[in-house]
Design a protein around this ligand. Structure first.
Ligand code: F6P
Ligand code: MN
Length: 312
């Protein structure tokens, strides 16, 4: 087979085949596939809602909320039918809900529609999923077995990690997730940065760290959506996203269970790092569903540098 033929064949690997070849346990790969399929339904709802918005501009705020809830309902109902999931925790719910009989292997966490306030701007938004094998009230390192996210942008993409690297798939015209980037590995150092929060609210050490990146020529990339901003760091093979502790909110803004743990899991599988400035995100114990944490996530060099500034 010629090199170009091999390349073509490689790109025809679909999600299910990829997970099977990677040796991922059967129930886990079925669960990941089912969740990826839900991305298609969520994306269809986003498109439907936007068509409605064009006619009813003044109900825009309510529609936004409805879309978050619809995505949450799709996930909950489908997970309930999957037979593999005992509990479901979502950013849209106040507590963990039972969705199985109690004997199922997995607990699923979701940020059903991250960046939903960007729907009207037509920027990419996404769904973030964590898969745990034991209670979520532990650190991710002990409980997580996989994580994935979907981006709803010009294309629908899905990145998953289940302990065998991080891989990207693109939804093709036939409705199949086809492998596009296998075994993504970040460089030690990147050249883009996404700093959340207002400069006037940043603690001094954080401000100095960001000024160092600016001085070193890092280019600003911040959309206001966690999924596309993290995706950019991953696909460009390096850089940093941070939402730091703020003077008035020392725990920052982003949620550990729904946003940070899954992205930290994927980032580590891609050779990057994720910390709260001191400790790895996956070593932070979750005690509350809505627990927040500062975050520094991306290539190893920048995350380590942040730690140096914060501990100085
Ligand atoms: O889910 C919270 C979120 O919308 C993230 O998607 C995003 O990274 C962040 O908040 C944006 O926050 P801010 O509007 O403060 O920049
Ligand atoms: Mn979110």
């Amino acid at each position: 087979m010629s090199e170009s033929e091999q390349d073509y064949t490689r790109h025809l690997v679909d999600l299910r085949r990829h997970m099977w070849m990677a040796g991922i346990e059967v129930e886990l790969r079925r669960l990941i596939w089912q969740i990826a399929v839900m991305g298609k339904y969520i994306s269809a709802k986003i498109q439907e809602s936007n068509r409605k918005l064009a006619g009813f501009k003044n109900v825009y705020g309510e529609e936004q909320l409805a879309l978050d809830r619809i995505a949450d309902e799709i996930l909950k109902n489908k997970l309930q039918q999957s037979g593999f999931v005992k509990e479901y925790a979502s950013e849209e719910r106040e507590s963990v809900v039972n969705v199985g009989q109690g004997k199922e292997q997995y607990i699923v966490t979701a940020d059903p529609l991250d960046g939903s306030s960007l729907v009207d701007t037509n920027l990419a938004i996404g769904t973030i999923i964590g898969i745990h094998k034991s209670s979520v009230f532990d650190c991710g390192r002990n409980s997580m077995v996989a994580a994935l996210y979907m981006t709803y942008g010009p294309l629908i993409t899905m990145i998953y990690a289940a302990g065998k690297g991080a891989h990207e798939f693109v939804l093709d015209r036939e409705g199949e997730y086809v492998l596009s980037e296998e075994n993504i590995k970040l460089k030690d150092k990147g050249s883009i940065f996404s700093p959340g929060g207002l400069r006037k609210d940043w603690p001094d050490a954080h401000l100095q760290f960001i000024e160092k990146l600016e001085h070193d020529g890092y280019k600003l990339r911040y959309s206001g959506g966690f999924v596309p901003d993290i995706n950019q760091v991953i696909i460009k093979r390096g850089g940093l996203f941070t939402y730091p502790a703020l003077k008035k909110s020392p725990q920052g803004k982003l949620r550990l269970l729904f946003e940070l743990q899954p992205m930290a899991f994927i980032m580590e599988q891609a050779g990057g790092r994720a910390t709260d400035g001191r400790k790895d995100i996956l070593d932070v114990k979750v005690t509350q569903v809505n627990q927040c944490s500062p975050v520094y996530i991306g290539s190893a060099s920048e995350v380590t540098l942040a730690g140096n500034f914060l501990s100085a």
